[in-house]
Design a protein around this ligand. Sequence first.
Ligand code: MUC
Ligand code: MG
Length: 379
Amino acid sequence: MIIDRIEAILVDVPTKRPHKLAFATVAEQNYVIVRVFADGAVGVGEAATIGGPRWGEESTEGIKAVIDGYIAPVLVGQDARNLNAVETRVARAVHGNAFARAAVVMAVYDMVARADGVSVAGLLGGAQTPSLELIWTLASGDTDRDIAEGEEMLESRRHRHFKIKIGFGDPERDAAHAVKLAQVFAGRASIRVDLNQAWDEPTARRLLPKLAGAGVALVEQPLPRWNVEGMARLSATNPGIAIMADEGVASSHDALAHARLRAADAFALKVTKSGGYAETRRVAAIAEAAGIGLYGGCMLETGIGTAGYLQLFATFSHLAWACELFGPRLLQHDIVATPLAMRDFAIHLPDGPGIGVAIDPDKLNFYRRDGNRQSRKAG
Ligand code: MUC
Ligand code: MG
């Protein structure tokens, strides 16, 4: 199965409501959809970014340029079936640029699995669960609106774990917002907060006990990603609240550094930030060896990227902190033909081969940036 062409398409999809994070408010999500072609077979993959090069270094424009200019040329002519060689070849040809590499790797796995009539999870050794408990992020930027949204999610049996985005400027106000939500949903939903690196160590040391006291179960990346030692000090001194690394743990080297210092109680896994399936599995293996819990993270993917992540997450024996593969639910429309099943507080692994979902060509045409739609960037 010789790869003959790789295509990278920029896609922008508006969200149902503004999604407010520490570093940006997102009204539209930006994607690179990748299609890999070989001997008449096709596979699809995706890289999602949040607010352009703000969550991390990569933007969709840069991802497409790297795929077109540097990844496609080293893969065209290669045998897609040698998946290990494909991942290594891409990693050797391109340093960093993990999202660009992962989107292509995802598409190659999808193509090979589809051709063999098996799922990507099957190709990775087999799913160990048919569904995963699914978190929702309350991030409207307004406490009352978040409460109403949370109530609706509980009522409709969609989600019973909420992640709250904070880190907007005034830490006391952030903490008060999280405490309020923790009180409102006490005993009915688990509450976690994501700072996206916004606090410094003294602020975290001062406010984490307050969050723990209100029942917040976990705090995600409170400190800048470089401050691994600070994360270790927080993990050691805040037993009432679990500390999770997200931006700080992308590569297996990051994972090892965190594990050595016991800088986190949990790692957020993301196929794109780790550059593909192989490296994400290495991060997970280090976590498991160190007794660090796994969490299935996301970058607000469409059904394509969500399915690509889900195929891997379902192969793990246990995700201690569940997963947040809710991206499609935040979008005004998904771009897949048949949406992923999300019900009874869980996301369900699709039955089909490959990643288990396929692009709806009409929706792709409508949302692709080089079509007629105007893109609105994050504020
Ligand atoms: C992040 O940092 O975890 C995932 C869900 C969400 O609401 O934001 C993201 C990114
Ligand atoms: Mg995060």
